[in-house]
Design a protein around this ligand. Structure first.
Ligand SMILES: Nc1ncnc2c1ncn2[C@@H]1O[C@H](COP(=O)(O)OP(=O)(O)OP(=O)(O)O)[C@@H](O)[C@H]1O
Ligand SMILES: [Mg+2]
Length: 467
């Protein structure tokens, strides 16, 4: 498939800095080590690396067109074409947008403070089971890989579109104002969902109102004739949805799509009755935690709104599975571990603690928590609230790591935990040693913290230790 020179110029508005030998190229790449023969290499300037320094390497590996935003040493380009744009990051988005419009799949976009990746996986699993316009969708669904949700990841996702893809399910993330606006311009979504508005990335977005304004850009950028899914249980999302003039599918306690009579399936997941208008079915999930019912309802609302049938929703939800380190259930010598160490913010901490509290087991419930990052001025207060939440979840013990562990302890003491129930660790290995001594068969362990805390190392140390 690839790109013609004319398409690259039309998409990016760039100018030829140097005309090379070819006029047709392969696919777009931003990582010089992924360049193949004929590739278009976009030189991005990141925090750590500047792609312009890798032009020579990219051309040696076979790049035949390079897109740049500063002057380059043309001798190093051999016979490759060079296109100059004002901003290569923007150009990458424009190329992705061009491809999105050319192949014109249905684009479903997902943003929110929590639950984006989970909802995205559920939506894609449902679509794989469903039909659209009378055609089965299996094998024709493109989705964001992992967490590729920023100004680089979203374009790279859309650039993977193939002609046969009928739907693209994309995750949009943000940590500074204006990012969702730009991501939505690139994706030009037919449908959108904001899973929640909560305290995340407050360093960039300042306040909950700031988060709502930022996420709201998704609803404001839905294509004419498109539709949105609205979480009525989240007051901020409800307000954002109220301003949308087009078609809406609501979900939550009083939504068009709702959950009834849920129960736990042992330690394996949950099940509930899904009600969509007058129809209903029993749904099984491989996820723990009530917040995942909300995610499942959001995925159902979005896909039902897209025209997929309820049986496909049921089958897809039963197939979707958590990623590693996201509420992943593990077993170590009869101890059940909820490994949620991928990331943390106040809402996801509360959701994880509530999940631990819901579990019916005879053993001890122990929370191993690392700091939450990127909370700006509210960091200390948020960590004290975390301690209170852990106490309210009636954990039997709290093992803490990080610079703000003392704040968490303050909150936990205020919430009613006793001093001897709280342990502050010096490092991962130290915590693991203490935990290995106390863990007994039947116990439940929740492990969670911000990505930078690498709380999974505690688990590795526990499992890898001797004795
Ligand atoms: N609806 C929800 N409400 C609160 N917390 C949630 C919700 N859904 C998921 N979580 C929590 O957030 C964690 C991350 O979930 P997920 O990866 O789906 O979110 P995300 O929005 O994609 O996060 P990121 O910003 O890291 O991309 C989960 O493991 C869980 O603890
Ligand atoms: Mg994500």
């Amino acid at each position: 498939m690839g790109w013609s020179q004319a398409e690259i110029l039309a998409a990016t508005g760039g100018a030829i800095l140097r005309q090379g030998r070819e006029r047709r190229f392969g696919e777009v790449v931003t990582d010089s080590s992924k360049v193949k023969s004929g590739s278009v290499f976009v030189a991005l300037k990141g925090e750590r690396h500047d792609g312009h320094r890798f032009l020579g390497a990219a051309v040696r590996r076979g790049a035949r067109c390079v897109i740049v935003h500063q002057s380059v040493d043309t001798a190093a380009l051999r016979g490759a074409t060079a296109v100059r744009v004002s901003d290569t990051l923007r150009a990458l988005g424009e190329l992705a947008h061009y491809r999105r419009e050319k192949f014109a799949p249905r684009v479903l976009a997902i943003t929110g403070s929590n639950g984006k990746t989970t909802t995205k996986e559920m939506v894609a699993a449902i679509l794989e089971e469903g039909r659209l316009d009378g055609q089965p969708l299996r094998g024709k669904v493109l989705k964001t890989e992992g967490n590729f949700n920023n100004l680089v990841g979203l374009p790279l996702t859309l650039l993977r579109l193939r002609r046969r893809d009928k739907v693209a399910v994309v995750e949009l993330g943000t940590n500074h104002p204006g990012e969702i606006q730009r991501l939505a311009e690139i994706a030009d979504p037919d449908m959108g969902i904001i899973t929640s508005v909560g305290a995340a990335h407050l360093e960039g977005l300042k306040s909950l109102a700031g988060v709502a304004r930022e996420k709201g850009a998704l609803y404001r950028n839905i294509r004419a004739g498109g539709a949105i899914a609205v979480n009525l249980d989240d007051p901020w999302v409800r307000r954002l949805g109220a301003r949308f003039k087009g078609r809406k599918i609501t979900y939550g306690d009083r939504g068009q799509v709702r959950a009834r009579s849920w129960r736990a399936r042992g330690g394996k997941g949950l099940e509930f009755s899904l009600q969509a208008g007058r129809k209903r079915c029993r749904v099984k999930l491989n996820y723990l935690g009530r917040h995942n019912i909300a995610n499942a309802l959001g995925a159902a609302a979005l896909t039902l709104g897209a025209g997929v049938g309820l049986p496909a929703v049921r089958r897809g939800l039963a197939k979707a599975k958590p990623f590693s380190m996201r509420m992943q259930i593990e077993d170590w010598r009869g101890v059940s571990i909820i490994n949620d160490s991928y990331n943390a913010n106040p809402a996801s901490m509360n959701a994880a603690l509530a999940t631990l509290a819901e579990i019916e087991g005879r053993g001890n419930k122990i929370a191993v928590l690392g700091d939450m990052f990127e909370l700006g001025k509210q960091a200390d207060k948020a960590h004290r609230s975390l301690g209170e939440a852990a106490a309210a979840a009636a954990v039997d013990a709290l093992y803490l790591l990080g610079e703000r562990a003392a704040e968490v302890r303050k909150g936990a003491l205020r919430g009613g935990l006793r001093r001897e129930q709280i342990v502050l660790g010096r490092d991962h290995a130290g915590l693991a040693r203490l935990l290995r001594e106390r863990l007994k068969k039947g116990d439940w362990l929740l492990v969670k913290g911000s990505r930078g805390m690498k709380m999974e190392k505690v688990l590795q140390e526990i499992k890898g230790g001797r004795g």
